[in-house]
Design a binder for this molecule. Structure first.
Ligand SMILES: Cc1cc2nc3c(=O)[nH]c(=O)nc-3n(C[C@H](O)[C@H](O)[C@H](O)COP(=O)(O)O)c2cc1C
Length: 284
């Protein structure tokens, strides 16, 4: 039986994917396969009621131990938004998007529950940070998918963490609450494009981890991506890295990753309640 997602899978991976059998045909799943980030938005207003619905979808995400350690700031005040946007002039969509949300990891609330119940616990170990981060990320992704489902465009914004002290001050974040990522929302001004993904041979391992085929998989991916959308004329920092004869995704990402990002985040977390150590069961 021919599978029913060939167009979507080809759009996502750049080649035919054999699912190996019959699968349910679902229109939402097609949208998931075709999803894309949008950074340009039309002037069409996003009604507040819709934002609230999307936030309800966000907080419907699963949550580690039902601890519910995600929070969000809906940044409505223009002056505060402008202050955040001014920190990132390279990303004008932060200020221009009709709606801007910030998804937070919130390790504070669980501590407060402990205090209210008379069992004070410290939630600042790596475990607390990690769980709150995952909850925040899941809420973000639920919001993003819900938004795309109703025709909105979205763009997560993790650069907020590059200016963590200023962002935390503008949003008045207390200790043990930190931004996972912002989220721009608006009706898209253009169609956008589907960003191809690595073949599942490189990302899905069966029974045991084995990345011995990575070089071939990445080379094939680089070339397929280049054939669709070449970045050869946008080589990063040739003064430092030279000019590559073939410049594909993997070279671009290796160059990008050679410049550290998020410098200061760990220091800020440690100054704001996180030890990032092993947990212990001693009361504070
Ligand atoms: C956690 C996270 C943080 C991101 N941060 C930014 C950001 O700060 N600025 C930006 O323009 N895009 C950001 N993005 C969007 C990614 O660049 C985008 O998802 C990626 O290029 C893949 O494209 P696609 O979502 O269209 O498939 C972020 C995405 C994620 C998941």
């Amino acid at each position: 039986m021919a599978n029913t997602y060939q167009d979507e899978l080809r759009a996502r991976f750049g080649f035919d994917v054999d699912l190996g059998g019959e699968v349910p045909d679902d229109s939402w799943l097609r949208r998931v396969l075709l999803r894309r980030t949008q950074r340009r938005y039309s002037d069409q207003k996003v009604p507040d009621a819709l934002v609230r619905l999307l936030l309800a979808a966000a907080f419907s995400a699963s949550s580690k131990s039902d601890y519910q350690q995600a929070s969000a700031v809906w940044l409505r005040d223009r002056a505060r938004r402008d202050r955040v946007a001014a920190l990132f002039p390279d990303m004008p969509w932060i200020g221009a998007a009709p709606v801007f949300l910030v998804f937070l990891g919130d390790a504070r609330r669980l501590e407060r529950l402990g205090e209210l119940g008379g069992h004070r616990q410290d939630n600042g170990a790596l475990e607390g940070f990690f769980n709150a981060t995952v909850d925040g990320a899941l809420a973000l992704q639920n919001c993003l998918m819900a938004a795309e489902t109703v025709g909105l465009g979205t763009c997560p914004i993790s650069v907020l963490r590059n200016r963590i002290a200023e962002v935390a001050e503008i949003l008045e974040l207390p200790d043990k609450v930190f931004p996972v990522a912002g989220l721009c929302l608006g009706y898209p001004a253009q169609q956008g494009f589907i960003s191809m993904r690595l073949p599942m041979e490189a990302t899905v391992h069966v029974d045991r981890y084995d990345d011995s085929g990575l070089p071939e998989a990445v080379d094939g991916y680089d070339r397929a991506r280049d054939a669709r959308h070449s970045i050869k004329d946008r080589q990063r920092d040739p003064a430092r890295f030279g000019t590559a004869e073939f410049y594909g995704w993997s070279e671009d990402k290796a160059r990008q990753a050679a410049t550290p990002e998020g410098v200061g985040f760990a220091t800020w977390l440690k100054a704001h309640g996180f030890t990032l150590d092993e947990p212990n069961d001693r009361s504070r």
